[in-house]
Design a protein around this ligand. Structure first.
Ligand SMILES: Nc1ncnc2c1ncn2[C@@H]1O[C@H](COP(=O)(O)OP(=O)(O)OP(=O)(O)O)[C@@H](O)[C@H]1O
Ligand SMILES: Nc1ccn([C@H]2C[C@H](O)[C@@H](COP(=O)(O)O)O2)c(=O)n1
Length: 444
């Protein structure tokens, strides 16, 4: 018996009949599998005609999808990727599949992005590729059950099968009928060229890196009936002046990965400069961080973005009376969001000067942004030395040095104001001396 796999694909993309029948690779729906080929993404598209070599010398090989002798399943969320319901459905499925219970618990879950190859400035539809090392029918049943429990219409279910000549086929099934399924189409899986930009880049400004208060506010407004804290955040934003303006005293932001010494440096600066110390997210919303950290990227990043606007109003007020030091600000929000969304290798990051690195026009600009950097080994020594419980993202940083490098590189690509790099490895007093020297140089 030939190995089989299942795919749940974005309904909007899978329902695009013309591109599938046509021959232009530019208009076809395309897909990228994250993590199947190490740090490389595996790109594929669908051909109804079944044309193509028996075994495609390029990816995707059936083995990328079908872990011998297991089966592979994949799914995408069938709704607009920028909408709160789609983002929450994706998150729910992710939690259920990575919950470690039942047959889905033993599967390897990879990210799947569905995008259009015509370069549209839209966010990709997100999904999963699920590899079952045991190839058990229970997994298929558990997956169907999971999808049917998510309400109508459940995502379409695609089944991957290896053909007689080693080629890969995808059958798309409609799961809407209670207990049954109907074949919507069968298409050949063929390699697609890697797009010029990572598929998540065109949509970054819509789903992760918000460049205006309005864009972030729109997201939380969609959440008020689902997340009561969203209303509380919006109320605070509403109370802030529309365009916060900086006072005459300098505003200095300290940025960096966790445990690079931001708290240490900002507290010392506060004392040395007789400054006001602020942080983003501000104290007024930090009690809701856990709630928003558990939400999907779209909502989580909108929360942090709005936090920056609330801090901006605090900066405006404080900087009329004394220097202001800010522990994290917009650069953190943007750098972590970019590094999370852009899977794969460092080269997938948007190139320097890309608009995603530009400062939002409506957000109060600091005078100076200093980026503390330490070697990965020193950072881990400091994390362990501190002995605090690790957050999910800190664990990710420790486990995934590629992610850490992407956060740091994104910081370095920020524009106007850019981040000025500081080696924070030396002793505390020496780091403080360097920072004070730079502030003096900049502000004199
Ligand atoms: N220059 C330094 N040399 C040695 N240890 C340091 C230095 N600066 C800070 N540390 C220690 O490293 C640990 C992390 O520092 P700190 O809490 O200031 O980092 P942070 O960037 O604010 O971290 P987080 O973002 O996770 O809050 C602390 O235990 C701190 O005492
Ligand atoms: N202005 C900010 C501050 C923080 N974040 C996010 C980025 C990380 O996920 C996490 C790090 O914060 P820490 O653990 O150091 O308090 O919070 C952000 O997006 N924007």
């Amino acid at each position: 018996m030939l190995p089989r796999g299942l795919a749940l694909l974005p309904r909007s993309l899978s329902a695009m009949p013309a591109p599938l029948m046509g021959s232009s690779a530019h208009t076809r729906p395309c897909f990228a599998v994250e993590g199947a080929g190490g740090s490389e993404l595996v790109y594929f598209t669908l051909s109804r005609s079944g044309e193509g070599p028996a075994r495609d010398p390029c990816c995707p090989q059936p083995s990328c999808f079908l872990p011998a002798p297991g089966r592979c399943y994949s799914l995408c969320v069938p709704a607009a990727p920028c909408s709160v319901p789609a983002a929450r459905l994706h998150r729910r499925l992710q939690q259920r599949m990575s919950g470690g219970q039942g047959p889905l618990g033993r599967c390897r879950v990879l990210g799947l992005l569905g995008y259009s190859a015509d370069g549209a400035q839209t966010a990709p539809e997100k999904g999963f590729l699920i590899q079952d090392p045991q190839g058990s029918p229970e997994t298929e049943r558990a997956l169907e059950e999971l999808l049917r429990s998510q309400g109508e219409p459940p995502p379409a279910l695609g089944v991957y099968e290896e053909g007689e000549r080693g080629e890969l086929w995808q059958s798309l099934w409609d799961l809407r009928r209670a207990g049954g399924r109907e074949l919507l189409r069968r298409a050949r899986v063929v390699a697609a060229e890697a797009p010029p930009l990572h598929p998540a880049v065109p949509g970054l400004r819509h789903v992760a890196v918000f460049h205006s208060l309005e864009a972030a506010r729109r997201v939380l407004e969609q959440c008020t009936s689902l997340i009561p804290e969203a209303k509380a955040v919006l109320d605070l934003v509403h109370k802030c002046p529309k365009h916060s303006k900086k006072g005459d005293f300098p505003v200095i932001v300290i940025e960096g990965l966790d445990a690079t010494g931001k708290t240490t440096v900002t507290q010392s600066l506060k004392a040395s400069l007789n400054a006001v110390l602020l942080r983003s997210p501000p104290a007024s919303i930090s009690q809701w961080r856990k709630t928003f950290d558990d939400e999907p990227t779209l909502i989580r990043r909108a929360f942090y973005a709005l936090g920056n606007y609330i801090v901006a109003s605090e900066i405006a007020k404080a900087s009329t009376e004394s220097p202001v030091i800010v522990d994290r600000y917009w650069h953190s929000t943007a750098a972590y969001a970019i590094a999370t969304e852009i899977s794969g290798k460092m080269q997938n990051l948007p190139s320097a000067h890309h608009e995603v690195y530009h400062w939002p026009e409506d957000l109060l600009k600091p005078d100076l942004v200093l980026l503390l950097t330490v070697s990965p080994e020193e950072r881990i020594r400091r994390l362990h030395g501190r002995g605090l419980e690790k957050t999910e993202e800190e664990t990710e940083l420790e486990a995934n040095s590629l992610f850490r490098q992407k956060v740091e590189e994104s910081y370095k690509r920020m524009d106007n104001p850019g981040c000025q790099d500081i080696d924070a490895s030396p002793a505390r007093e020496e780091v403080l001396k360097t920072v004070l020297h730079l502030i003096k140089k900049h502000c004199d």
